[in-house]
Design a protein around this ligand. Structure first.
Ligand code: HEM
Length: 161
């Protein structure tokens, strides 16, 4: 007899997409009200995890940046069931990031900093399922951004942000 599973019924090695989406929505709803504090944890963590990312933010208004990051994550969470709409938005974001000096190697660093932020910000509410779900969704977001970025030719890079 099958045991009830915290992540829903799935075969071993199979991704429980609906369970992940529900977990992402649940935890994002918890993080949203504390987004200023979350952004305050996220960026210093990112710079610690990957020191090469720090110079990229030297002229950045970090209060506004935290807001933008949370807003975009919110859009991604709201559109988890509308990949057709979300994909071009992320492709555009990925292309813009080339101009910011972001390299493909920096995406896993951002993913790692995001997970640490969830652990610190959510405390006990951050479970192994939270980690799995966000790793899954961040993997999808990153791969779309990176794929679009890889198609940007040097002469096509926008001059301004
Ligand atoms: C995949 C998840 C990511 C999301 C959702 C995201 C979101 C954003 C948003 C919304 C902006 C504001 C400007 C715009 O719309 O283009 C931005 C700018 C920026 N992002 Fe990201 N980003 C991501 C990944 C990264 C990575 C991997 C890095 C590498 C360190 C990075 C570094 C930056 C920098 C340097 C800027 C410009 C800051 C400025 O205006 O001075 N982002 N990001």
């Amino acid at each position: 007899m099958a045991e009830p599973q915290a992540e829903g019924h799935k075969a071993e090695g199979e991704v429980d997409v609906e369970g992940y989406k529900a977990e992402i929505r649940r935890t994002f709803a918890l993080v949203e009200p504390i987004s200023v504090q979350a952004a305050g944890i996220f960026y210093p963590t990112l710079w610690e995890v990957d020191t090469s990312t720090k110079p990229l933010f030297k002229d950045t208004d970090m209060d506004k940046q935290g807001e933008k990051l949370m807003k975009t994550l919110g859009v991604a969470v709201a559109m988890l069931n509308k990949m057709d709409t979300l994909k071009p938005i992320l492709e555009n974001l990925g292309r813009k990031h080339v101009d910011y000096g972001v390299t493909p190697e920096m995406y896993p660093s951002v993913g790692k900093a995001l997970l640490i932020t969830f652990e610190k910000g959510l405390g006990e509410e951050c479970t192994p399922l939270t980690t799995k779900a966000w790793t899954w969704v961040f993997g999808i977001i990153s791969s779309i951004c990176i794929a679009a970025a890889s198609e940007v030719k040097p002469e096509e890079k926008p001059e301004e942000k």
